[in-house]
Design a protein around this ligand. Sequence first.
Ligand SMILES: [Zn+2]
Length: 219
Amino acid sequence: MKPDDHRTLRETLGAYALDQLDEHERLRIDAHLSGCPDCRSELRELSPVVRALSLAEAAQVSEHEEPAVPPDLGDAVVRRVSAGQRRRRWQPPRWAAAAAIALLCGAGIGWAAHPDAPAPGPFEAVQVATSTPAIHASAGLVPHTWGVEIKLTATGFEAGTSYRVVIVDDTGVHTAAGEFIGTGAAEMRCNLNSSVLRADAGGFRVLGPGGQVVLESDF
Ligand SMILES: [Zn+2]
């Protein structure tokens, strides 16, 4: 297996752990796991995060008005991620960061994917424009050595709806910077991380479920 194939396969371990793969994919991962101790141990390390996410989802379903997340989930995820980073250079799987950001933003809790990063870093306020007056938002960015972090504070994103955030580079290419769930009138604060360096980042967009731009910012 080529290193790229293995990385792709490893990134689907999250979906595998959450039982979100179709049968064909699941069997492929099963077959690989039986011969790959690395992936087996990765999967074992994912299980506490998966459990925490399932708990959070259950809590959200039971309190449909105000999404609730176990108060220690953020800490648990950050501990998990930073423990992983200390142990080896392998990055936490992207799905875990995206899922944790989605859940934590839904509850209005900020989350930093890189606990090692200096905080507070240099913060650059940026202008935002929204597609609807219902959304009130302000944003800033922090240029890290690993990419731009967007700090987004907002109300008016439709409660329960998933939004994607992308960084637009100077050539118009979109790079994922995470996801969040709208919180309606409740204020949310999201830290969204991307792998685009500040020098290459021209702005960011928040995309709704149909891919339509609901918020844009040019740096
Ligand atoms: Zn493997």
